[in-house]
Each structure stands twice: as structure tokens, then as C-alpha cells.
Design a protein around this ligand. Structure first.
Ligand code: PXL
Length: 280
């Protein structure tokens, strides 16, 4: 049976992030996706003054219409929201579709590089904590992990063990896993670490660190990891695939910061990803 994922994210027209980064990754590997867009933006928010259309009402009406259809999903991904006021609509989607083996993956999109996004307030943080408590898998970066755990953001090489144990406990469920991105245990390397529900020790996957910062990296990472999970890879393996995928994408990327705002040039690496995931 073809796998089917529900993606709750914004559409940013320019900048290769959120829904427009996730969609091609899932599709390239044969996974069907159904989006529940949270907002439409002319660009992501690293550009000045994007035009924004809040789709909260449309989310409610879309879910009401879907309730008349026999929809079911193998995975639900929650990412960037327009604000805390969208949490009831997201919860409605989770209540309707987080069942029958569907995996709830929460990427608490709240900040990066040690800084919370401007739209992240206490209500959104509390809402993401609530979603994480219901999740099967959570995918914060180091900034979001610090926000979720109310601990200071630590820059530079560190040991992710403690953070991952605390994050997994935050989920409050027995069968859950936590992944943390932006881990740099060795100078010159960056990657992700994961801790499955039954593991005592995290698994760390690193690739050479390239100079620069590209918006949408976390969204592509999550999509590649979730695609690999849906296609029967273990979490450790999926984490490694996602780290390697980003390395593949970024090898020839411009490191000029103005150019990097247009996102990760991932299109040419989709064939590589498909082969890596499907040639098990
Ligand atoms: O990649 C995360 C993201 C998603 N959506 C919007 C953003 C960002 C990060 O800045 O601005 C609109």
C-alpha cells in the first residue's frame, strides 16, 4: 500500500522551506502527501516584510470537509504555524488522524541559531510542549530543545546525551523517540543525534560542516528522515540518511548569505535520496 503523509506547515513561495521543501522529498520516494497549509507567505521570514495570509479559518473548514471523507494517514508532520491561535485547529487534526498506527512527528518550529523566531511567544511554546507530549517523534534543533526544556542554549561542541534524555521524557509517552539537529560533537562536523524509546545511549550521525546557514534545512532533514522511516528504515538509519542527504544538497551550494536565503538547492539530490532509501 502506498504510504500517505499529512503535512501541517506553511507555504512560503520563495525560499525553499516548509511545505514546498517537504513535498518533493516525500513524492520523490513514492509517498503521497496531503497538505494542511497554515499560512501563505510571499517568502520565508528571513526576508524583510513578507506578505502573509493567515489560513486558520481555512484549516478549520478544510478539516470539516475532510471529516466527510474516509482519509487516513501513516504519518502526521506538524511544523511552522502562524501562531498559537492555530493550536486548536492542529489539535483537531491530531485528534482526527493520530490513530491506527499513524506516526505523529512534531518539529516545534520556534527558532534557530540560539534565537527564537519573532512570532514565538509563551502560548506557542506551551502549545508545542503539549503537542510534543502526544508525539511519537520530536525533531527540535538545539535552539528549540533549549526553549522546550527551559535551559540555556549552548553554542559549540557539546554532548547531546542529557538533552536527548530530557527531550524524550518531555514526550510523556513510552514509545517515543527524540531527534536533535545541529549537533556538533567534533570540530568541523555537524549532524543529528537520536534516541529511540528503548535506547539508553543516543546515536549520533555527522557529516562535514559547510560554512553558512540555509533556511529550510530542518524541514528537508525532517522530510528525508520521515520518508526513510515510512519506508521501513530504523530511526538510526533514517537519521544518517537525512544527514547525508543535506550534505549532498549543500556540497555545491552558494555560501554567500544573500544567496543562501533562497534555500538549500536540494532538487538535484532527490534522485540520490530515492536510491539511498529504496535500495535498502
Ligand atoms: O524553515 C522554517 C520556516 C518555515 N516557515 C517560515 C519560516 C521558517 C524559518 O524562518 O520563516 C515562514
Amino acid at each position: 500500500m502506498q504510504k500517505h503523509a499529512l503535512i501541517i506547515q506553511d507555504i512560503s513561495c520563495v525560499g525553499r522551506c516548509s511545505l514546498l521543501a517537504a513535498l518533493p522529498v516525500f513524492n520523490a520516494c513514492g509517498i503521497r502527501i496531503t497538505p494542511l497549509p497554515t499560512a501563505l507567505l510571499s517568502t520565508h521570514t528571513a526576508f524583510d516584510n513578507p506578505h502573509r495570509l493567515d489560513l486558520t479559518q481555512d484549516m478549520a473548514q478544510t478539516l470539516a470537509h475532510w471529516s466527510q471523507l474516509p482519509l487516513r494517514f501513516d504519518l502526521i508532520h506538524v511544523g511552522y504555524l502562524a501562531g498559537a491561535h492555530q493550536l486548536p485547529a492542529v489539535q483537531r487534526a491530531v485528534d482526527a488522524y493520530h490513530r491506527d498506527g499513524a506516526l505523529l512527528c512534531v518539529d516545534p518550529a520556534m527558532g534557530d541559531w540560539g534565537k527564537a523566531y519573532a512570532y514565538c511567544d509563551d502560548a506557542l511554546l506551551a502549545g508545542f510542549r503539549g503537542l510534543c507530549a502526544q508525539a511519537d517523534l520530536i525533531l527540535p534543533n538545539r535552539t528549540e530543545a533549549a526553549l522546550l526544556l527551559d535551559t540555556p542554549y549552548e553554542k559549540g561542541p557539546d554532548n547531546p546525551d542529557k538533552l536527548l534524555h530530557q527531550l524524550r521524557a518531555l514526550t510523556g509517552r513510552f514509545e517515543t523517540a527524540a531527534v536533535i539537529t545541529g549537533v556538533s560533537e567534533q570540530d568541523g562536523y555537524i549532524g543529528a543525534a537520536c534516541l529511540t524509546s528503548d535506547a539508553a545511549i543516543p546515536h549520533v550521525r555527522l557529516a562535514p560542516q559547510l560554512k553558512g546557514a540555509w533556511p529550510g534545512t530542518g524541514d528537508l532533514f525532517a522530510a528525508a528522515l520521515e520518508t526513510a522511516l515510512l519506508l521501513d528504515h530504523s530511526l538510526e538509519d533514517a537519521c544518517g540518511i537525512a544527514v547525508d542527504f543535506l550534505y549532498q544538497c549543500l556540497q555545491n551550494a552558494s555560501t554567500d548569505q544573500k544567496e543562501a536565503r533562497y534555500g538549500v538547492p536540494f532538487e538535484g539530490a532527490l534522485g540520490w535520496l530515492r536510491k539511498r532509501i529504496l535500495d535498502n
